[in-house]
Design a protein around this ligand. Structure first.
Ligand code: ARG
Length: 587
């Protein structure tokens, strides 16, 4: 892979020019292809630390850099970039390797790490809604990426299967359950009884007391309540499973909150023993240790002109434990069990403070911990009106309904474009395209911004959408079908590949970026970078296809261009697969 070779040469040049400095000599795609294929921006931060002139520094590095075999030119540009224009022969060599199946423009990591990904994590007895979809889709994408790169990944669905809502659910189950409704729509019925009791609790303190009493009985492992609780979990899991199957998402573990119940007492006594938690108004709390600037301290809030304590509760005054306690126990268990280098939590932005507190408490509790802890948070999905996405009647949109609608809408497009296809094929295309559109719409925006949900936009065959990329893939497949139908030689011969036309070179240069983009996505947990890359790749392919005939070209050119077509199709489908999105041969 050229970017790896360039990085190696750069490292050598840096250590020659500046033996003392410790530089991360990485390259990335050139922002504007006019200036080259790859770019290194490591000089600027280095110049800053060394208080040197960045352009002089870049020039010094370029003078000792040995890349004549790989590059036509190395230019010092702007405030101290190094821009590389790769030789056609060097690109051809890499493309031939890929065509022979030696790689697909990315490498397996030389440093495999164990990464735990906590995502999806819906709550029992409640339907999964669109808020959970972003976590599921983002988390699954990151897990797929890390696996592809050769890391050891543990996906863990931390379902909410414990907590105060079960008091109300138990009252509802015992007093209001409609067995028939439970049979036909279990989650709907659980939701109904929950809402019923929730309202009753607000109106009648006696109901609230009953709910509390049922919860205490459950916590004390009362047989009847445990039985009902288990049934509610099983019913919910069936619903979750149906959705995961449709989305193609799997988990290695589904250790819900209740799995950690037995550990919570010890977590609190440990924290208390270490002087990290202390009693306050009957509850056990963790306060600030005043090690951080006030603005960054997750245990302080600014109110009425001063910084006040905002402790995190690890045990309530009635003895019950909190969401935070469970998360501390969970993290401890994960580190003990899998010894991960990294633990990633994928939830919406409203949990930012929670995770800052958890990470801080944990660091004080287990100071030797080396693992990187990351909260990968995301914004909300909005409706056309800019308010949180709801159904027309104002209810939260259920994930199953959303996926049904996506398939129905995609089906209309297929019916229109390809009425002659058989029923089974049409249904499969509608499934892959509809699902792909929903996933892509979720992954394309910068994850920290809110985005407006729009069926028309996400299903459009024009613009940066999944259907556009899936369609680009089918176009390439159809070239191969046509070639076969013409009886033309369509066997792929890696040795035939030659890069001559500027759009052939442009396409090859894009293909070479794939590995770097995958790395960037993993470093910053940003699938949107991969979406944008695939969109650019499809664009490079269109330009190539417009200006470089394939089937009508001379036999040599045709053989060469077919190899490029095939490589593009493979990178497109591999890239989409990382996003959890499938392709079909026709659309
Ligand atoms: N069940 C939680 C919710 O729906 C998400 C859990 C996220 N993971 C965690 N370890 N706290 O909000």
């Amino acid at each position: 892979m050229i970017h790896l070779k360039l990085q190696e040469r750069l490292r050598a040049a840096f250590s020659k020019a500046l033996p003392e400095a410790n530089v991360d000599a990485s390259v990335r795609p050139c922002a504007d292809p006019k200036f080259g294929d790859f770019q290194c921006i490591s000089v600027m931060p280095l110049a800053k630390t060394l208080k040197a002139n960045p352009r002089q520094l870049a020039t010094a590095v370029s003078e000792v850099l040995e890349v004549d075999d790989l590059c036509d030119s190395v230019e010092v540009a702007g405030p101290g970039f190094l821009n590389f224009r790769v030789k056609a022969e060097a690109m051809e060599a890499v493309c031939r390797e890929a065509a022979r199946g030696e790689h697909l423009f990315f490498g397996k990591t030389s440093n495999p790490r164990t990464i735990v990904v906590d995502f999806s994590s819906p709550n029992v007895a409640k339907p999964m809604h669109v808020g959970h979809i972003r976590s599921t889709i983002l988390g699954d994408c990151l897990a797929r990426l890390f696996r592809l790169q050769g890391h050891r990944v543990v996906t863990d669905n931390h379902i909410g299967d414990w907590g105060t809502q079960f008091g109300m659910l138990l009252v509802g189950w015992k007093q209001h359950l409609d067995e028939g409704a439970l049979e036909s729509d279990p989650i709907g019925e659980l939701e109904r009884i929950y809402k019923l009791v929730n309202v009753a609790c607000k109106e009648d303190p006696a109901v609230l007391d009953r709910a509390r009493a049922e919860l205490v009985k459950l916590q004390a492992a009362d047989d009847e309540n445990l039985g009902i609780w288990k049934k509610m979990i099983d019913l919910s899991k069936v619903q979750f499973e149906t959705i995961y199957r449709r989305l193609g998402v799997t988990f290695d573990e589904t250790l819900g909150e209740s799995f950690y119940n037995g550990r919570l007492g010890e977590v609190v006594s440990d924290l208390a023993g270490g002087g990290i938690a202390r009693e306050s108004e009957g509850a056990m709390c963790v306060f600030s240790d005043r090690q951080l600037p006030e603005k960054e301290d997750p245990f302080l809030i600014h109110r009425d002109g001063e910084w006040r304590d905002s402790p995190v509760l690890v045990q309530k005054n009635d003895g019950g434990f909190n969401y935070a306690t469970t998360d501390l126990a969970t993290l401890q268990y994960r580190l003990e069990t899998w010894d991960p280098a990294e633990v990633i939590y994928v939830t919406d932005g409203r949990q930012q403070l929670h995770f800052r507190q958890i990470f801080n408490v944990f660091a004080r509790w287990k100071p030797g911990t080396q693992s990187k802890l990351a909260h990968v948070w995301f914004g909300s999905i909005l409706g056309d009106d800019g308010k949180p996405f709801k159904t027309r009647s104002g209810e939260t949109v259920k994930l199953a309904d959303l996926l049904n609608e996506a398939e129905e809408r995609a089906r209309r497009i297929v019916d229109e474009k390809n009425p002659e296809l058989d029923e089974e094929t049409k249904a499969e295309i509608a499934r892959v395209v509809g699902l792909g559109a929903v996933k892509y719409a979720d992954l394309l925006p910068n994850r920290q911004s809110d985005y407006v949900f729009s069926w028309d936009k996400m299903l459009s065959l024009q613009g940066n959408t999944a259907p556009y990329l899936q369609y680009a893939f089918t176009r390439i497949r159809s070239i191969f079908r046509k070639a076969a139908a013409d009886g033309a030689e369509a066997r792929l011969d890696p040795a035939a590949l030659k890069l001559v036309h500027e759009d052939e070179l442009g396409l090859a240069s894009k293909l070479m970026e794939f590995g770097i983009v995958l790395n960037l996505v993993g470093e910053d947990y940003r699938p949107n970078l991969l979406c944008n890359y695939l969109f650019e790749l499809a664009g490079s392919f269109s330009r190539f296809f417009e200006h470089c005939p394939v089937l009508k070209a001379s036999p040599e050119e045709r053989a060469s261009r077919l190899v490029l077509c095939d490589l593009t199709a493979r990178v497109l489908s591999q890239g989409l697969d990382v996003l959890g999105i499938g392709v079909t041969d026709v659309m």
